[in-house]
Design a protein around this ligand. Structure first.
Ligand code: PLP
Length: 432
């Protein structure tokens, strides 16, 4: 029989990465081995937890199809709420594509729980940039919590970035809600571990047994095998274009925790009295189910990319956070870039190694909600999705690039290598 295909292997066009960068990559990977094994163990525990929640809640083929109109009795939507509640250890959950972002979900949680005359206290210093306007720290007359008579106070972090337990005791006494940000966000403080969150919950509830603890869980889901509700928090909130959506959910957010508080949040998202009963799922259910199903594995890939970034950037003499030996509480690696040029070269290099929009050059811009210019490398399937490899950097001292995500380790690793190559090409990196 005649030869029907060409037996020669297809010629692959490789990445043009300097030999010295490739050697650094090899060295970095060698020192990651133990931590990679630990990440795989956590992914397995979490993967089993997710599978069990699917089985226990009888996720069915019918759950994958959506509804239109009011969405009364949407079995896919209601079952997904129950699946999330079980996975995260809550009584109930609200998982909706209608949340436009993590900030929106957090806003619903705060407005859902707080009332005029109440006090909100942040236990972890300044909250994430976009929440400043929501709370009313910046801006006036926009309908912020402050405009509605909710007062705000914050417990500053100690000089080493750790929470100030003594001060928490003082400031939590007369507050209705204690707010905790698990991830480092755009700052160099350490992310909180779940055990660290448990200490804060204990301190706040010790001072005031009636206080509600709300945790901004962004970037923290599945990093450990426990979640903050299991550390005593009352509500957790996150974004579906981060960890729990696995790059598959197209948009959305979630809130999980106590039944009563979740209902109050649902009243804020839709209408008082209607809450969780309305809201059609359109065609979003399947991607949200697949997202949470894949999330433990995808978070593991993002964590491997993060640990690799930490190692190789340290080998190139850039200061990185988390610091050596620090236990991870989120998927972020912050890299101090020394100057603006290096920061921009790094971010543009990450973009060059991305699966989508690799040919696009990201530029610094005035992003809504942020008070300095931000450059964002995000060559992602879902716009702005940061469980996909992305590097964000506010253009301000200390010129830190916040690197996170990576749907697969192969692509995440290569994104970092193209960034190093870009820095080298622009004389922002010396190689020996
Ligand atoms: C991403 C994030 C948020 C929410 O941001 P969105 O861009 O609105 O989704 C809030 N807090 C932290 C710590 C975050 O990382």
């Amino acid at each position: 029989m005649a030869e029907i295909f060409d037996p020669k292997p297809a010629v692959q066009k490789g990445f043009e990465i300097d030999e010295r960068i490739l050697r650094l990559a090899e060295k970095a990977e060698e020192s990651c081995a133990e931590r990679f094994a630990e990440i795989d163990r956590t992914a397995r525990v979490n993967g089993e937890k997710v599978l069990k929640a699917f089985i226990d809640n009888k996720v069915s083929a019918a759950c994958m199809t959506g509804t239109a109109g009011y969405g009364y009795g949407d079995v896919g939507r209601d079952t997904l709420d129950a699946v999330y509640a079980q996975i995260f250890g809550g009584e109930d959950a609200l998982v909706r594509h209608n949340f436009v972002s993590g900030t929106h979900a957090l806003t619903c949680a705060l407005f859902g729980v707080l009332r005029s005359g109440d006090k909100l206290v942040s236990l972890t210093g300044s909250p994430y940039d976009t929440l400043e306007e929501v709370i009313g720290i910046r801006g006036k007359g926009n309908g912020s919590l402050a405009d509605f008579g909710v007062s705000y106070d914050q417990v500053e972090l100690l000089p080493d970035g750790k929470p100030d337990l003594a001060e928490i005791f003082n400031k939590a006494k007369d507050a209705k809600v204690a707010y905790i940000q698990r991830s480092r966000g755009y700052s160099l403080r350490p992310a909180l571990t779940v055990d660290g969150i448990a200490e804060l919950v204990k301190a706040a509830k010790g001072a005031n047994p009636n206080i509600y603890v709300i945790v901004d869980n962004c970037y923290g889901e599945f990093v450990e095998s426990k979640e903050p509700l299991q550390a005593g928090a009352d509500l957790i909130v996150g974004s579906l274009i981060k960890n729990p959506g696995a790059g598959i959910a197209e948009t959305g957010g979630y809130i999980a925790g106590s039944k009563k508080l979740v209902e109050q949040c649902a009243y804020r998202l839709t209408c008082v009295g209607m809450g969780k009963e309305v809201g059609c799922s359109l065609n979003q259910n399947k991607s949200m189910y697949q997202g949470i199903f894949f999330a433990p594995e995808v978070v593991a890939n993002a964590l491997k990319t993060a640990v690799f970034t930490e190692e190789i950037m340290s080998l190139c003499h850039f200061k990185c956070y988390p610091e050596k030996g620090e236990k991870r509480g989120d998927i972020i690696t912050a890299v101090l870039m020394k100057d603006k040029e290096s920061l921009i070269a790094f971010c543009q290099g990450v973009q060059k190694g991305s699966p989508v929009d690799s040919y696009v050059l990201p530029e610094p811009w005035d992003m809504p909600g942020y008070d300095s210019q931000v450059i964002m490398a995000a060559g992602t399937f879902n716009t702005g999705s940061s469980i996909e490899l992305s590097a964000d950097a506010p253009l301000r001292e200390p010129f830190a690039a916040y690197v996170q995500g990576g749907l697969t380790f192969a692509a995440g690793r290569m994104g970092i290598l193209t960034a190093l190559q870009e820095m080298f090409d622009r004389h922002c990196l010396k190689l020996f």
